[in-house]
Design a protein around this ligand. Structure first.
Ligand code: SAH
Length: 278
């Protein structure tokens, strides 16, 4: 699908791309090819596609895999896709909101996602004990946070959250001109694979939620020493359970130095969150 084709179909469907739904359609065949290349598809693959849009990626995926679940929120696109793929029996197009649906089992997520809900998508799809492989086009600034080994300046709660579950393997910057309409933000194509071993603390929804809340709470203080960061975080909670002295004691007892947050490893963040889980 090139730009003319995308514009023509949108016109026929009387669709004005909806900014709120992050509708930026792929118009560059080279990028479609790169996504497919990154995906290393096989005929055992069960694919989840989030926001298939006009099916620029879907039409390539459908020829190569066992099954696709394509979840689209816009009913006009949903009906269009249903017709477009009516000849294929390995695709199920689902009308709904990715954040609200129960998602069928899948081995890979391949998507140019709606950028405005990247955080919630990562949370729902990848922060779990057996995350899928992901080949995603996302906002470049978020991609940079996921690839922490490149630059510690971009180290953030997304860095810790994602890297607790997945291993980032490839990243490619993509021109904004590859989409219609042209997005305001820069984009990257990334590939992420599940961690070989995920910390046993992160096997339950309950402890995962605690861990994510914990790192979201302390990372605003990433330039502070951990005792201060924890103290400041606990003070924001309704009833703080730990005094500064107690925090220091708990950390010392477990052999953690009182150094700046960005000096800790992902595994250490998980273990430290566990110390304060109750
Ligand atoms: N993947 C297509 C379209 C990308 S635009 C392409 O690359 O061309 C993002 C798509 O996600 C749009 O089709 C939009 O309608 C859809 N979308 C937005 N929010 C969604 C949600 N919460 N659940 C499912 N789909 C959503």
């Amino acid at each position: 699908m090139d730009k003319n084709e995308v514009q023509l179909i949108l016109k026929q469907l009387k669709i004005n791309p909806n900014k709120k739904l992050g509708q930026n359609f792929l118009t560059d065949k080279n990028i479609v090819n790169k996504v497919i290349y990154f995906s290393e598809l096989s005929n055992d693959d069960i694919i989840l596609e989030i926001g298939p849009g006009l099916g620029a990626l879907t039409e390539e995926l459908v020829k190569k895999v066992k099954k696709i679940y394509a979840i689209e929120i816009d009913h006009r696109l949903y009906s269009y896709l249903n017709k477009k793929f009516s000849n294929f029996n390995n695709i199920e197009i689902i009308h709904g909101n990715i954040l609200e649906l129960e998602i069928p089992f899948h081995t890979k997520v391949v998507s140019n996602i709606p950028y405005s809900i990247t955080g919630p998508i990562l949370n729902k799809i990848f922060y779990k004990k057996e995350p899928p492989i992901g080949v995603l086009i996302i906002e470049k600034s978020i991609a940079d946070r996921i690839f922490i080994s490149e630059n510690y300046k971009t180290f953030s709660r997304i860095s810790i959250g994602t890297n607790a579950f997945i291993n980032p393997v490839s990243k490619l910057t993509i021109s904004r001109l590859s989409f219609y309409p042209i997005p305001k933000i820069s984009l990257s194509l990334i590939k992420i694979i599940p961690n070989e071993k995920i910390n046993p603390f992160l096997m339950e929804k309950d402890t995962i939620d605690f861990f994510l809340k914990f790192i979201a709470g302390i990372m605003p203080y990433k330039n502070k020493n951990i005792v201060n960061a924890l103290d400041l975080y606990f003070k924001t909670l309704n009833r703080s359970r730990y005094t500064k002295e107690e925090i220091l004691m708990i950390l010392q007892k477990n052999n953690y130095d009182n150094k700046k947050l960005f000096g800790f490893k992902i595994e250490e963040f998980i273990e430290i969150s566990k110390l304060f889980y109750s």
